[in-house]
Design a protein around this ligand. Structure first.
Ligand SMILES: C[S@@+](CC[C@H](N)C(=O)[O-])C[C@H]1O[C@@H](n2cnc3c(N)ncnc32)[C@H](O)[C@@H]1O
Length: 200
């Protein structure tokens, strides 16, 4: 799918992905102090909005302007302080530089670039992290109900990450039936701090 396909999809229905954030993202973020977050492929902004309500300052990027407009419309019902923390930014992660770096958290939820652009896009998102910052990546590894979707696995994520990133946790789970059937991948990786002690 390209940005025009996504525009059409967002135009044609109410909320495509539903309003609640993904439970794994919630579980991972709830224990963190708020900081600056980048939501890659924000879509209708469910993670960006949830993060902003928890006091994170969020740059939410997507190449679908219809998706971003919809996200901003949903967020318009939120308190002014929450809205002020949301920065809806049209951007193609495969082709453009990420603004306002660095971030303490990068959320990448179900963004599936074409294989030839994927590694560079993941590397770019990860490189936007501050030392000590976290990447939380969710993806379909096996997507029975989305034939043709360019799925990917943990090895490709790990290989795409810059050398100063450490994969801390990988898990697989059944896809949320609301979004389709198959297997999802969840990866948590951290950018090393310059003063981190190397393992022996
Ligand atoms: C499956 S939706 C997920 C939306 C959101 N992350 C969520 O979990 O609700 C994938 C989103 O990624 C966006 N996307 C795909 N490729 C992109 C790219 N190259 N640059 C920016 N956004 C992209 C699409 O426009 C779409 O909104």
């Amino acid at each position: 799918m390209n940005s025009t396909d996504w525009d059409d999809r967002y135009r044609s229905s109410e909320l495509v992905w539903g309003a609640p954030p993904d439970p794994w993202i919630v579980e991972q973020v709830t224990i963190l102090p708020p900081g600056r977050a980048l939501d890659v492929g924000t879509g209708e902004g469910r993670h960006a909005l949830w993060l902003a309500t928890r006091a994170w300052d969020v740059t939410a990027i997507d190449y679908s302007r219809v998706g971003l407009d919809k996200a901003a419309t949903v967020a318009a019902r939120s308190p002014r302080t929450v809205r002020a923390r949301l920065h809806w930014t049209p951007l193609d992660i495969t082709a453009e530089e990420i603004p306002d770096r660095p971030y303490d958290l990068v959320v990448w939820a179900y963004v599936h670039p074409d294989p030839e652009h994927r590694a560079a896009a993941i590397a770019r998102a990860a490189a936007a992290l501050a030392p000590g910052g976290l990447l939380l990546l969710l993806a379909h590894e096996k997507a029975d109900s989305h034939p043709g979707l360019p799925v990917f696995g943990a090895a490709e994520v790990s290989e795409a990450l810059p050398e100063d990133m450490v994969v801390e946790h990988v898990e697989w789970r059944e896809s949320d039936p609301y979004h389709g059937t198959g297997t999802d991948l969840a990866v948590r990786a951290r950018r090393r701090r310059a003063d981190a002690i190397e393992p022996a």
